[in-house]
Design a protein around this ligand. Structure first.
Ligand code: ADP
Length: 318
């Protein structure tokens, strides 16, 4: 393999830059040329390419976001558009492509692999919603960002003896709420995988007040429902002041943690190795602290398992 390309696609996540750096440096060490593609699949179709040398990835390991920019490109689902993209890659002599993104981005990579372009996917998403890997790049940074926000809310809500309802990202996956909720000492954690009713959550708040708790911290994943409505209901039904905080895009940014940087380095390194071994249509993950790789379809077909044990621990702490 003489020339490969790299792009970031879908939602951005802290640690993507560390992954780009790992790919570029590993490839160059092995005398492989690297082309950076801006703006995900959109840039691929438009030929938005630039060669990347060692210096192109200097001073980015500590930066959130992605220097390659990212975009959503719905037309990439169209096989005609994908054929055009494969043609562009062939014209530039690019034999392999590394895609950093989530499940949608992996589908695009699989489509290109079917057209003869060797592709490898790296999991870059704060949600941790990919079943085949224990962790995705960006999740650890996001859970630390949320924990930090919970710490701050704890100060003010205990001073005012209020209930604080914090809405975090996670439409179908409650990992951010669960991990950050446990780390931040939340009294109640609402995740899409566990059907706790609003009434049950409110009852917990009332029980907490009976136990003379100064404050209540309720963490709710966005897939369960809005924090504002929940805070309103709590206030109306209990008479206890409740405030909602929707963390929003704050969760996507920031300096990546050491964990995310190391994960990105290990995964990026392995992705290049896989291309050198002639592999394609595979995604890189981590299981029990070992870097693994798996067929894209097989990985995407896996059902996520919710960490019941961690949830029970969190519940027992409240
Ligand atoms: P993520 O990769 O974070 O899951 P998206 O689901 O938005 O984010 O997907 C990112 C991009 O991947 C889409 O904008 C599109 O270009 C491409 N993509 C998504 N689904 C498919 C698909 N089924 N086939 C081909 N490409 C896809």
């Amino acid at each position: 393999m003489k020339k490969i390309a790299i792009l970031t696609s879908g939602g951005d996540a802290p640690g993507m830059n560390a992954a780009i750096r790992a790919v570029v440096r590993t490839a160059l060490k092995n005398d492989i040329e690297v082309i950076g593609i801006n703006m995900g699949y959109e840039g691929l179709i438009n030929g938005d390419f630039h060669p990347m040398d060692r210096r192109a990835v200097s001073d980015i390991i500590q930066k959130g976001g992605t220097i390659l920019k990212t975009a959503r490109c719905p037309e990439f689902k169209d096989p005609v558009v994908r054929e055009k993209a494969a043609q562009v890659l062939r014209i530039y002599g690019i034999e392999g492509l590394i895609v950093i993104g989530g499940d949608g981005s992996f589908m695009g990579a699989k489509g290109l692999s079917d057209l003869g372009i060797k592709t490898i996917g790296l999991p870059g998403t704060i949600d941790n919603d990919l079943a085949y890997t224990d962790y995705t790049i960006g999740f650890d940074t996001a859970q630390n960002t949320i924990t930090d926000a919970i710490n701050k809310l704890r100060d003010t809500s205990s001073s005012h003896q209020r209930v604080s309802v914090v809405e975090v990202m996670g439409r179908n996956c409650g990992d951010l709420a669960l991990y950050a909720g446990l780390a931040g000492g939340a009294t109640t954690i609402l995740v899409p995988e566990k059907k706790m009713t609003k009434e049950e959550a409110i009852r917990e708040v009332m029980e907490g007040r009976k136990m003379k708790k100064n404050h209540n911290l309720v963490v709710v994943a966005e897939g369960v429902g809005g924090a504002r409505e929940l805070a309103q209901d709590i206030e109306e039904l209990t008479g206890i002041e409740a405030r909602a905080t929707v963390l929003g895009h704050i969760q996507r940014g920031g300096v990546p943690t050491a964990f995310d940087r190391i994960l990105a380095a290990r995964m990026g390194h392995r992705a290049v190795e896989l291309l050198m071994e002639g592999k394609s249509a595979r995604v890189v993950g981590i299981k029990a602290n070992k870097i693994i790789d798996m067929d894209i379809y097989e990985a995407l077909a896996m059902e996520r398992t919710f960490d019941e044990e961690l949830y029970k621990i969190a519940m027992d702490m409240s």
